[in-house]
Design a protein around this ligand. Structure first.
Ligand code: ZN
Length: 123
């Protein structure tokens, strides 16, 4: 994925992935910015914009991001508020992942129980 060519408001380069066929990311693209401004002018909010989807966050990827975040925060490259927000979002993602795993296990147990019940009525 190509990184966005825009510069952030703090003067550092934006490292977000560029949109397909564009040089800039979702947040810096003139196309998405125009859509956001139009939604705002219609009395809507930015939440009316469909946010970009990204690859799922695996636990190992989340751990790598957190490890990098710890170092970046300690070195002052990332401000504490940003670090807190990212850590919070990662924790939400892991909670969702845990729930999906529990749902999958429960469905497997229910299927096994239903099969056992069927086998029991045959005899
Ligand atoms: Zn960008």
């Amino acid at each position: 994925m190509t990184p966005c060519t825009a510069t952030r408001s703090d003067g550092r380069p934006c490292c977000a992935p560029a949109l397909t066929g564009e040089a800039k990311c979702f947040w810096h693209s003139a196309t998405t910015r125009q859509a956001m401004l139009q939604a705002a002018s219609r009395g809507g909010s930015r939440s009316a914009i469909v946010l970009p989807e990204a690859d799922e966050l695996t636990p190992s990827r989340a751990r790598r991001i957190l490890a990098g975040l710890v170092i970046a925060t300690a070195e002052g490259a990332v401000d504490a508020d940003t670090a807190r927000a990212v850590a919070y979002l990662i924790s939400i993602d892991l909670q969702v992942l845990e729930k999906l795993e529990i749902d999958k296990r429960l469905a497997a147990l229910e299927a096994a129980a239903a099969l056992n019940k069927q086998e029991g009525t045959k005899q």
